[in-house]
Design a binder for this molecule. Structure first.
Ligand code: LMR
Length: 396
């Protein structure tokens, strides 16, 4: 039966890890997959997570199934983190939610839920968007269209074109927006631009679908929630996918949240039953471990404060690395002005060089990043930044 299947080329992001591992050059540099790294290139377990693991080890007394919704304290903790303590939607019981296997799991089950509502729905994604958005949403059978977002020639958001496009979106169609730290470009909407997107959603009746995977890596945990909270406070329906991979460093535990703001509490009960049935039909119920750790952290004042500090440290380090890269590029005589990198937010930046230049820097200098020119800022260190800047300048 399998003869009909063609081999699929390596994933544009995950495939880079294999290529990097296979490269014997001792000075190779990995700016590919979006994982946080310290100065030594390691991805350590956060101290708050280590403490939560020992609490869990002492307190967990069974490995029986958890509820289909997930770990209860995880759901409430995450919803408060995302929507804020004063959220009208939360206080009026209008939010349905399930714990999901990673942010990817959330995106997929939400796409399946959208299909149950209307299989003709078009989901509008930014051009460009995270490469895996397309299969995660498209494989559920939904139409995908793009709206203009980023202009590589000016390294900035094409907001006017984005607005013109969103004004044409049909009522009931879905617009996927990155809550913060846009992946792959690092170019985020300003608060005023979010306000404008809200006005368009109110006029056209499109449903925002906010994917938030980097809360805390842009300007801060509260600041990064501006767009999401704005939509949640002012619209009857909002779809939300969140990931704990990056800001809790729980990549391999696969923990995320799928949430839906509904028009009223009665509708919330219906949507809650539907999303649980979607999940039951795919993987039944989420794995417990990562959600249990996040529950322990978010619901313990001291641990939450420690985790917040750790998120702040990761963010500050990435901001410093942005400046360091830009300075080193200038020092090495770059013919292009890269100062836009310091304006971008989170883990990624588009360097706005061509795929040929990306290939050349990979082939000639063993510097690995995505063909689109997306670099993982956290992969830069004081130890590799000189070599990185020289390599980049040599292909400009
Ligand atoms: C990334 O964008 O590099 C990460 O989110 C990892 C992935 O799954 O693509």
């Amino acid at each position: 039966m399998f003869e009909v299947l063609p081999k699929i080329p390596a994933d544009p992001i995950l495939g880079l890890s294999a290529a990097y591992k296979a490269d014997p050059n001792p000075n190779k540099i990995d700016l590919g997959v979006g994982v946080y790294k310290d100065e030594n290139g390691n991805t350590p377990i956060l101290d708050s997570v280590i403490k939560a693991q020992s609490v869990l080890l002492e307190s967990e007394i069974s490995k029986t199934y958890i509820t289909p919704q997930g770990v209860p304290g995880f759901i409430t903790g995450m919803l408060t983190l995302l929507l804020g303590k004063e959220s009208k939607a939360l206080l009026s019981n209008r939010v349905a939610a399930v714990q999901s296997p990673g942010g990817c799991g959330a995106l997929r089950i939400l796409a399946e839920l959208i299909k149950r509502c209307n299989s003709d729905t078009t989901v509008w994604v930014s051009d460009p968007t995270w490469a895996n958005h397309i299969p995660l949403i498209g494989d559920a059978g939904l139409n995908i269209e793009t709206y203009p977002y980023f202009d590589k020639s000016t390294a900035s958001i094409k907001f006017d074109e984005m607005v013109d496009c969103l004004k044409q979106v049909k009522k009931g169609d879905v617009v996927l927006l990155h809550g913060c730290c846009h992946n792959p470009t690092g170019a985020d909407l300003t608060n005023e631009q979010w306000d404008e997107v809200l006005r368009i959603a109110q006029q056209t009746g499109f449903i925002p679908f906010i994917d938030t995977a980097y809360q805390g890596f842009g300007d801060g945990l509260e600041e990064d929630a501006y767009g999401l909270r704005l939509m949640a406070e002012n619209l009857p329906e909002v779809i939300i996918a969140a990931s704990c991979s990056k800001n809790f460093g729980l990549y391999r535990e696969r923990v995320g949240l799928a949430a839906m703001i509904t028009s009223d509490a009665a509708m919330r009960d219906i949507v809650q039953s539907q999303i649980q049935s979607v999940a039951r039909g795919i993987y039944s119920m989420p794995p417990s471990y990562g959600g249990a750790l996040v529950d322990i952290i978010l619901n313990n004042e001291a641990l939450k404060a420690q985790w917040t500090n750790e998120v702040n440290e990761m963010r500050t380090r990435m901001q410093t690395l942005r400046q360091l890269l830009v300075d080193k590029l200038a020092e090495n005589g770059a013919s292009k002005d890269f100062s836009f990198v310091t304006q971008q937010k989170g883990m990624f930046s588009f360097l706005c060089i061509s795929p040929e230049q990306v290939k050349k820097v990979r082939d000639e200098h063993s510097v690995y990043f995505v063909d689109s020119s997306r670099v993982n800022i956290a992969g830069i260190s004081r130890g590799n930044v000189d070599a990185l800047a020289k390599a980049l300048v040599s292909v400009l």
